[in-house]
Design a protein around this ligand. Structure first.
Ligand SMILES: Nc1ncnc2c1ncn2[C@@H]1O[C@H](COP(=O)(O)OP(=O)(O)OP(=O)(O)O)[C@@H](O)[C@H]1O
Ligand SMILES: [Mg+2]
Length: 246
């Protein structure tokens, strides 16, 4: 069974070289996380504060908030990329994050080697990766480039490969930072179709987006983040309305 439980989760980013800088611009700003310790000389950005969240199968959660509110940070906590500074995170189920698509890929390794590397990071066994590799190669349509180091790829080519690996397995829990569209026209069409498929089949979806249309299409509940805190947890309409109001 898929589930997510966050209890009083906090993420702090200490900024070591901000000492002594004037951060007066903190006043009158709507974007960014909470900046702490301005008088003391050591600055900490509290990207998430006291976040509580319970998700069960069927939940399709929208993350709403201004730039810097903490949406991507929350997705990274859920993906396991960030260890929380405070609180606890409990996740059950196979999770797939399309937040940092190319995380862990190495420019010096070939496309084929990167499939293995990325597969391991995604939690697959070598056997599973071996079984999936032909399909991944076919989907990314990189032909002979699959045997060349990734540094020889254009950014679109690298994304094709990262997308193909990251979406090769159907997750129980899917994490998305905006609905990504990858590559040129032909590939974008194909990647959109695959994305739609894994979104529909996932039991829990967490989608951060600035597009109300996108959120309305995919989500059935929402939280509003402000300076790293969940200030509203409710229906999509309530949250979008509160967000639009300020
Ligand atoms: N690696 C980091 N080091 C320091 N501060 C960070 C880091 N990553 C994020 N932050 C800070 O944490 C806060 C939350 O950032 P986050 O990327 O989660 O925002 P977001 O809601 O995804 O914004 P956007 O809508 O712009 O994508 C911001 O104040 C940002 O400056
Ligand atoms: Mg973000």
């Amino acid at each position: 069974m898929a589930s997510i439980a966050l209890r009083n989760v906090g993420i702090d980013f200490p900024i070591y070289n901000a000492r002594g800088r004037s951060l007066k611009t903190n006043v009158l700003r709507r974007v960014g996380g909470h900046i702490e310790g301005q008088g003391s000389g050591i600055v900490t950005i509290e990207a998430l504060r006291q976040v509580n969240l319970d998700l069960r199968p069927g939940d399709r959660l929208a993350l709403v908030g201004h730039n810097g509110a903490g949406k991507s940070t929350l997705l990274r906590v859920l993906s396991g990329a960030y260890e929380p500074t405070h609180g606890s995170v409990e996740i059950r189920g196979k999770i797939s994050s399309l937040v940092d698509l190319a995380l862990g890929m190495d420019a010096e390794l070939t496309g084929r080697e990167n499939i293995v590397l990325r597969g391991v990071i995604l939690g697959l066994t070598f056997k599973e990766i071996e079984a999936l590799a032909p399909e991944i190669e076919e989907f990314s349509e990189l032909g002979g480039f699959m045997g060349l180091p990734m540094r020889t790829y254009s950014s679109g080519m690298a994304l094709r490969l990262a997308f193909a690996v990251s979406t090769a397995v159907q997750p129980d829990i899917l994490l998305l930072d905006e609905l990504i569209s990858v590559g040129d026209a032909g590939f974008a069409e194909k990647s959109k179709a695959r994305m739609q498929q894994i979104v529909e089949k996932s039991r829990i979806l967490v989608l951060a987006s600035h597009s109300p249309e996108m959120l309305r299409e995919y989500c059935n509940r929402a939280v509003l983040l402000k300076e790293g805190q969940v200030v509203l947890d409710g229906s999509l309409d309530e949250v979008l309305e509160a967000h639009a109001a300020g």
